[in-house]
Write a protein that binds this ligand. Structure first.
Ligand code: NAP
Length: 287
């Protein structure tokens, strides 16, 4: 009997998750359909209840429901609890469990695409929204030595530092002012962009969040932005010999973790990456 997995988002039409999740299901010959469901806030409870039907394996959840969906679920895994946000729903018996695979996606992308091991390293994190929160908690859990969080709205960086607590690495919150960034970036091992600067159709499309001339060759740059696949930050970083990793890898690895939770099978990551990349390239073509 065909099984179903939904994406709960609003709007849902721009997501490339259906392309790469369906490619993975088809590649393994699984009789399952992944469908994007544009879900308004007032319909979220009903959309989650539908997953309780016997034909459903679970769902992905994205903007704007990652936080509000929690109240419709029966339990949260430790990452969803820590981050206060759910990106994956898995049906276990009659229960719906909320998971968050974003931190896993980032850490696996850093490890497999840049050979970066976080333990003992220094990190500059740009941004203090939901994606930055996942990165900060994930990197701290992996034993980084220091974390500087830079954000346009300084208060949000301070709040994130407070939420991380004193048990982790040396923590600092700064603004995005040029002099502060220049000081923070000197000698750092990893820069993660978790702002939307550089994202196509965003308010700062075509821009880099930092002056890449400040980077030293040993630094790894990870940009969560994946439209375009090679963001301005990544392009400039590579042009000066710095290793740059596209956010598309994080998207694929977080999706691979979701896939494994729903199906119990190893996700075909290479197939998913190619399907995701093709979907982004087709979407970027002028119609
Ligand atoms: P969010 O919660 O809305 O946070 C947005 C962040 O970007 C905030 O820190 C915001 O600063 C900053 N920002 C926005 N415009 C800016 C500008 N013009 N100059 C400087 N800073 C600016 O969004 P999010 O969910 O964290 O997502 C952030 C980015 O990560 C998006 O591009 C998203 O597509 C990407 N993302 C990628 C993945 C992946 O798998 N690759 C996963 C999640 C998110 P303020 O606090 O000052 O507003």
């Amino acid at each position: 009997m065909t099984k179903y997995i939904n994406l709960l988002a609003f709007p849902a039409g721009h997501s490339i998750s259906p392309a790469f999740q369906q490619a993975a299901l088809d590649h393994l010959g699984l009789d399952a359909r992944y469908a994007a469901l544009s879900t308004a806030a007032c319909a979220l409870g009903d959309a989650v209840d539908m997953l309780r039907g016997k034909d459903y394996l679970g769902a992905n959840v994205t903007i704007p429901h990652k936080e509000s969906v929690r109240r419709h679920l029966d339990a949260l895994d430790p990452w969803a609890e820590t981050l206060g946000a759910v990106n994956t729903i898995v049906k276990q018996g009659d229960r719906l469990i909320g998971h968050n695979t974003d931190a896993y996606g980032l850490l696996r992308a850093l490890r497999e695409q840049a050979g970066f091991q976080p333990r003992g390293r220094s990190v500059l994190l740009l941004g203090a929204g939901g994606a930055a929160r996942a990165a900060a908690f994930g990197l701290c859990r992996e034993g980084i030595a220091s974390l500087t969080i830079a954000n346009r709205t300084l208060e949000r960086a301070v709040d994130l530092v407070t939420a991380l607590g004193k048990a982790g690495p040396v923590l600092a919150a700064i603004s995005m002012a040029v002099e502060e960034i220049a000081e923070a970036v000197a000698g750092v091992d990893l820069v993660v962009n978790a702002t939307s600067v550089g994202m196509n159709h965003g308010g700062a499309a075509g821009e880099s969040p930092i002056d890449v001339g400040l980077l030293s060759p040993g630094t790894v740059v990870f940009d969560m932005v994946y439209t375009p696949i090679e963001s301005p930050l990544i392009e400039i970083a590579r042009s000066v010999g710095v290793v740059g990793v596209s956010g598309l890898w994080m998207l694929i690895y977080q999706g691979a973790a979701s896939f494994e939770l729903w199906t119990g099978q190893d996700a075909p990551v290479a197939i998913m990456y190619e399907a995701g990349r093709s979907a982004l390239l087709s979407a970027a073509k002028p119609s």
